[in-house]
Design a protein around this ligand. Structure first.
Ligand code: ZN
Length: 217
């Protein structure tokens, strides 16, 4: 069970069909692993449908969407329960959205060396940022790095530590451009991540942006 989830604005983006291709695939893959976020997105899609139907006066939009965001936060908190340290089990390594996109099982993917101990598969056809699969060898670190815009790492197998936080299968780690970090894979096996780095243009005010999404501005 995932402990770290995309924040509410990314789920709203996704529900409104406003995610980039790269981030949309990452969120869809997280949803496949996270019943709480899946339910939250379902509620948002229903809310979006009601707004599009024009049944809700504009003065109530803020309250309705604010309530939905509060629900999302509660859903994320409800997910914050202890889980097994190694969650891979016998579940398919690649959840269906990624598997459908790649058209191959994880074992057949064409990994290429990037750094010693780190392999990569670029997904250049996805617009909206740099998307790639990373396989980090047991106990190996991704070299310390910075990036423009936000960086998202969804764990598909194994796990890694970034500072005091540990991320396992289904978890999404988000780092903005101010973060200078050096994630380290668990020592008991390789860590496989779906990583997306986005260009920076993101909204400033959450509720204003949410309203923009639903009013098409
Ligand atoms: Zn989630």
């Amino acid at each position: 069970m995932a402990v770290f989830h995309p924040s509410a604005e990314y789920l709203v983006d996704y529900a409104a069909g406003n995610s980039s291709e790269a981030l949309g695939l990452l969120v869809a893959t997280h949803l496949a692993l996270c019943p709480g976020c899946r339910a939250a997105v379902g509620r948002l899609e229903a809310l979006g449908g009601a707004l599009i139907d024009g049944m809700t006066p504009s003065a109530t939009h803020g309250r309705s969407l604010g309530g939905a965001l509060a629900q999302l936060d509660r859903a994320a908190q409800e997910q914050a329960v202890p889980r097994r340290s190694r969650a891979a089990g016998r579940a398919p390594m690649l959840p269906r959205p990624l598997r459908d996109y790649l058209g191959a099982a994880g074992d057949e993917l064409p990994w290429r060396g990037l750094f010693p101990g780190i392999k990569r598969i670029a997904l250049p056809a996805l617009s909206g940022g740099t998307a790639e699969l990373l396989m980090i060898g047991a106990g190996r670190a991704i070299p310390r790095h910075t990036h423009r815009g936000d960086e998202f790492n969804l764990v598909l197998a194994g796990g890694f530590c970034d500072g005091a936080d540990h991320y396992g299968r289904g978890d999404v780690a988000v780092a903005d451009f101010q973060v200078n970090h050096r994630p380290v894979a668990d020592s008991d096996g390789p860590c496989i991540c779906f990583a997306v780095s986005e260009a920076p243009p993101r909204f400033t005010g959450l509720l204003g942006q949410v309203l923009n999404l639903f009013t098409g501005r």
